[in-house]
Design a protein. Sequence first.
Length: 237
Amino acid sequence: MAQVPKNNLDVHHPPSRPSVASSMETKSDHCFHSVLENDRVRVFKVEVPALQSTSVNYHRHDYLVVSLGKSNFEIAGSGIRYPMQMEDGEMQVIKGGASHRITNLSDTPLQLVEMEVMREIHPERPVCGLGGRACSDGIFGRNEDGSYSQSTLFETDTIKLARVQLGPGGLLPEHHHDRCHVLVSLAQTALLDSASDARSRELHLNAGDAAWYSEHIAHTLKNLSTQDVQFLTVEFK
């Protein structure tokens, strides 16, 4: 398909799931760099040189593809062919179960993030977004530190995906996470993460880096840089 709006995701379905395949193949491809892995999610940075392809890879589970920068590429194999033209920060949901390779159709390097959700995404059962009702629980505003916004892109029975944008010095007000979640940076990011128990830490992340959070936390996030930053949060049910 062609361009996908940042706040609207399409879903790609392989024709069928093979009965036997190894979920480890992605790890052996030199284009895939493991960022984080646990029983909820596997996060990879994908870097493909201009006009080249990855090896054939396989995701057993549903996954998200996020573009870091403008991109023009194709996911193809096992009866599937998905042309992708994406802007910076745009994403797609792809059902797992099909072997595939990624081909960079551009004359510049391709940079992606892939997030494989170990308990599936179930895009066909949206709570909001993904063709269902609009997600309406976003927040935005400006405080003495700067501007902030948080918008839910979609929610299913297994995950909730949100985009956070902070202006220079912007502070996302204190908020609570009942469930574990991962934060994935879309650009070089410096954040002050301050928990409700007065503990704090600085996060310095490059595009595609991830930070893992356990359940039942309350915290604020402050942009320490002089540039706008944006990142994704994926909460696991």
